[in-house]
Design a protein around this ligand. Sequence first.
Ligand SMILES: [Ca+2]
Ligand SMILES: [Ca+2]
Ligand SMILES: [Ca+2]
Ligand SMILES: [Ca+2]
Length: 263
Amino acid sequence: MRKGFSIVFVLIAIFAIHSMAFPAKIDPGKLGVIYYCAFPVTITLDGKFDDWPSVVPWHKVPHDRGTQPAPDDNDASYEFACVADENYLYVAFKVRDDKKVVGEDTGCNVWKDDSVEVYIDGGNEKANSYDANDSQVTIGRDNVGGDPEHPKLGGCVGQLQGPNTGTKAFVVDTDYGWAVEAALPLETWGIELRDGLVIGFNTHLNDDDDKGPRDHKLIWSEKDVADTSWKDPSVFGELKFVEVKLAVSPRDKLATVWGALKR
Ligand SMILES: [Ca+2]
Ligand SMILES: [Ca+2]
Ligand SMILES: [Ca+2]
Ligand SMILES: [Ca+2]
């Protein structure tokens, strides 16, 4: 009788575990308006995305969304995703690009070469000019093969300039173009992580294909219609931090249940 009871209990437990094993759903937010950033998730900056939970939403910015659109998505388009832990906002980019241009414009001028930009308004004040918690952080493709702890950064605008933000970035070339895993320290912008917290946020892509000036400029925030995020945080979109319980492996859970049964 007792054995039968145990078997039923185990079956119920397995059913419950199976249900729990499906990862939490994360609201994808709205393209150009708001991104829901799951935490706590810690990412290893190695240029590989296998540590990004599959439930994390990716926002795709197509070739024709921005002030200098490209002819097609293979020429220029990108996807980005975010997660956070108690120390960092992690931002990943997968950039489609047909021609690599790096090393012509470096440092503060890297926005003229292949680069991505992350914009943060830590207090979400939406001011018309940069205050002490507003930044542009520009990460160039020229960081491929570089030091991820001390990447070359642009974004030399405002009080809290990109190169002074402590941002780390691992940048790799890929078969479709290039990719970035970046870690932005929350304390730089005075961000105290909690469920529901909203900050100002935007992402851009600069694509140079033939040297000289930038050829394509793609923009996530729908309010940034004139490429003015570099001076005006009021055109940023928003990022909302959402605490999620991501599933652990069913095997671990099962071991826990079996252990409890044996006691
Ligand atoms: Ca990784
Ligand atoms: Ca291109
Ligand atoms: Ca601000
Ligand atoms: Ca390019």
